[in-house]
Design a protein around this ligand. Structure first.
Ligand SMILES: Cc1cc2nc3c(=O)[nH]c(=O)nc-3n(C[C@H](O)[C@H](O)[C@H](O)COP(=O)(O)OP(=O)(O)OC[C@H]3O[C@@H](n4cnc5c(N)ncnc54)[C@H](O)[C@@H]3O)c2cc1C
Length: 378
């Protein structure tokens, strides 16, 4: 056996699980088609925002997100210690603002929903909002402060997990595409790479994000139906003094759904569109226009800052918008960890800890039990 476990994909899902398994002494290899984090994970903004991004009727998902948020501070401390990399974990909270009437009504509805669910969010008058965040537009009609919604730098999170994984003895294989999962008598045997090379293992974890359905070798219906939901993003200089100090966003339920996430290294990340366009990697004029317009409406000072970069990324989204986490009953040794959609950075700690625990002990922690692969998710 080459390894005890092979993980397909070095995004936050695969790296987190791999790091936790390697820390506990398992012989693990992560096989990545490109370079670490090159999928959705480094395309993300890094918001940890279950309260400001709450969606109606997604209670199970919210429960999982809140469990993950609760783990974040410890997870970051352990990761920074293990890797020596600072992941820019910022705990200044998130401000949601309303500029027009639609947004003001959406803000009201979300706030009532927060109250119903017992989530902490404080309504603010325009003056109170501008006192907390002077960079906000004088045109805002009101705001909501979500003190528990934090952020990290996803690029650094990926680097940290890759370093921690290798320091714990894990094997990282980059620029190696898994073509198929090999099985015999309904048990996993390993994987075959695009060049024909084989790697054996008694467990294989599929964490290939939006590309999961392309993996061959398994019967129909075993891998979940994950599709890419494209997001366009851009980043600007933060300015000196910084034009904004908190994560600022408009209500999730309005379009375009724009946010600004200031990072400690002097950038402001602005996102994100949400588009069904397959794996088209080129940003559009319209998408970038909407982001810039939305960012400028909320924080006018961004107008004068340098535009540094634009990019796209592909959120791995399932049919019912829930992640799929756990073992596949019909194939011994096959595990799935994908479908985190727009909140995979937020769900990194719970995915890493709970899936690795399930692999090591053979029993599913309660927190992920509802997300096990089943007919509804496939
Ligand atoms: C624009 C944008 C903004 C986002 N913002 C946020 C945010 O603010 N907060 C948040 O919580 N989440 C955010 N997300 C969501 C988050 O980025 C994802 O949910 C998360 O990164 C998914 O991680 P993953 O490891 O499952 O997938 P990925 O990061 O896509 O990793 C999968 C990896 O598998 C590799 N792979 C695929 N097929 C194979 C194969 N056959 N062989 C070997 N390797 C393979 C890929 O190259 C890739 O590196 C955002 C996403 C996007 C696109």
């Amino acid at each position: 056996m080459d390894h005890e476990t092979i993980i397909i994909g070095a995004g936050v899902a695969g790296l987190g699980i791999g790091w936790q398994l390697a820390e506990r002494g398992m012989d693990v290899a992560i096989v990545e088609r490109d370079t670490v984090g090159s999928g959705a994970s480094t395309a993300a903004a890094g918001m940890l925002a279950p309260v400001s991004e709450v969606e109606f009727e997604e209670d199970d998902r919210l429960e999982l997100e809140l469990a993950s948020l609760e783990m974040y501070a410890d997870f970051v401390a352990e990761l920074e210690e293990a890797s020596g990399v600072d992941v820019d974990y910022q705990t200044t909270g998130t401000i949601i603002v309303a500029i027009d009437r639609d947004e003001a009504e959406a803000l009201d509805r979300i706030h009532r929903y927060h109250d119903e669910l017992g989530l902490e969010a404080h309504g603010m008058t325009p003056d109170e909002a501008r006192e907390r965040e002077p960079g906000l537009s004088p045109n805002i009609r009101g705001g909501l402060f979500c003190p528990g919604d934090h952020q990290v730098d996803p690029g650094r999170l990926v680097d940290a997990m890759a370093q921690a994984f290798e320091r714990a003895g894990g094997t990282l294989v980059e620029e190696a595409e898994v073509e198929r999962v090999e099985t015999e008598y309904d048990s996993v045997e390993g994987v075959e790479l695009a060049g024909g090379e084989r790697m054996t293992a008694s467990k294989v974890v599929v964490a290939a994000g939006a590309w999961t359905p392309d993996i061959e070798g398994l019967p129909d219906g075993v891998l979940p139906h994950v599709r890419p939901v494209r997001g366009e993003m851009l980043e600007c200089d933060r300015g000196d003094p910084s034009v904004v100090d908190h994560v600022v966003r408009v209500p999730q339920q309005t379009r375009p759904n724009v946010y600004l996430a200031p990072k400690s290294d002097g950038r402001i990340v602005v996102g994100a569109t949400s588009e069904e366009r397959g794996f088209d990697t080129t940003p559009t004029a319209g998408g970038i226009y909407e982001l810039l317009r939305g960012a400028w409406r909320a924080v006018p000072g961004i107008y004068d800052e340098h535009l540094l970069r634009t990019w796209t990324g592909f959120r791995p989204v399932t049919l019912d918008n829930r992640p799929v986490l756990g073992p596949v009953d019909s194939i011994d040794g096959l595990w799935i960890a994908t479908g985190h959609g727009r909140n995979g950075i937020l769900m990194t700690p719970v995915t890493a800890r709970a899936v690795s625990e399930a692999i090591l002990t053979g029993s599913m922690p309660d927190v992920i039990a509802k997300f096990a692969p089943n007919e509804d998710s496939l």
